[in-house]
Design a protein around this ligand. Structure first.
Ligand code: F6P
Ligand code: MN
Length: 326
């Protein structure tokens, strides 16, 4: 199974090298970053999303993959029904940032094929055997969670190879820094408002220290910053229509990022339960995501236990280990 997993990662890395070239060339490479439709989940698609989806899918056809679930397609596609692995992938997360020359990336999650393809994707995140992301930024990186640890590889553009540049990365635990889209404050639950208000109160508030804030609006870039610098990222559920289960998708965003965080000594939660213990009910299931330094994630969870929600969210009770669907 490990050899098959490595073969899948190598196939994805080959596609990522090609995608990195296309992204770096921008308009010179014939990709404008312009709108090209709407994906099954209602997000605007850009031409580069479709290029990334095709590259990744084609690469996976030559790897031991039974099925691929992509953000860009409604249902999983069966590739080789007898192969041992299934892959969930966000071919190009944060693609809208490309027009601003901000880091974007490919997120992937690899799990052993279970009884059948569909039930495999509905297993909890603990079923993942490996996960990672390619980041297309000032450098092209591969952040890889494999064998219970997280390593980073940098693409050498001269040899077109990913070279190991950081082994067994650990999330720094004591960084007073948070990331949240603060424009949504009025829609947040009491728990999230309470936690962020305490951070903003700084040294004279309940947390007793001044906090810094970052928001890139690109999940892979936020996850990498947290891996290197620590802190906490929140994309909570909020009371806007369509955000009652958060914004990010469980199978190809939250599960793989949670595996990276946990194997690097951090944590990831929906506010009440470990992300890795949650199972999807639908391929494009959304989930609130709070990830980063373990202590900060625990602090946000503590708020969820003590502060009344301001709206009816559809998170935890349905998806938690002991919820209706488990
Ligand atoms: O895929 C979703 C995404 O682009 C993430 O990369 C990012 O974290 C988030 O959306 C930003 O959301 P918003 O635009 O609501 O701040
Ligand atoms: Mn995405």
């Amino acid at each position: 199974m490990r050899a098959a997993t490595v073969a899948v990662i190598q196939a994805l890395a080959g596609a990522a090298i090609e995608l990195a070239g296309t992204i770096a060339a921008g308009p010179l490479g014939g990709v404008s970053g312009e709108a090209a439709g709407v994906n099954p989940d209602g997000d605007r698609q850009r031409d580069i999303d479709l290029v990334a989806d095709r590259l990744m899918r084609d690469a996976l056809r030559s790897a031991p993959v039974a099925a691929v679930l992509s953000e860009e397609a409604e249902l999983p596609e069966t590739l080789d029904a007898d192969a041992p692995l299934c892959v969930a992938i966000d071919p190009l997360d944060g693609s809208a940032n490309l027009e601003n020359n901000i880091s974007i990336g490919t997120i992937f999650s690899i799990r052993p094929k279970g009884f059948d393809v569909i039930s495999t994707f509905f297993e909890p995140g603990t079923a993942q055997i490996a996960a990672g992301c390619f980041i297309f930024g000032p450098q092209t990186l591969l952040v890889l969670a494999l064998d219970q640890c997280v390593d980073c590889f940098t693409l050498d553009p001269r040899t077109r190879e990913f070279v190991l540049t950081a082994r067994d990365v650990q999330v720094p635990q004591d960084t007073p820094e948070f990331a949240i889209n603060a424009s949504n404050r009025r829609h947040w639950s009491g728990a999230v408002r309470g936690y962020i208000d305490e951070c903003l109160a700084g040294v004279n508030g309940e947390r007793g220290q001044d906090f810094n804030m970052r928001w890139i609006g690109s999940l892979v870039a936020e996850a990498y910053r947290i891996l290197m610098r620590g802190g906490v990222f929140l994309y909570p559920a909020d009371e806007r229509q369509g955000y009652r289960e958060g914004r990010l998708r469980l199978l190809y965003e939250a599960h793989p990022i949670a595996l990276i965080m946990e194997w690097a000594g951090g944590a990831a939660s929906n506010g009440r339960s470990r992300i890795l213990e949650l199972s999807a009910r639908t391929p494009h299931q959304r989930v609130p995501l709070i990830m980063g330094s373990a202590r900060a994630v625990r602090d946000v969870e503590a708020k969820h236990l003590t502060v009344e929600p301001l709206f009816e969210s559809s998170d935890a009770p349905l998806f938690a280990r002991r919820g209706l669907f488990r």
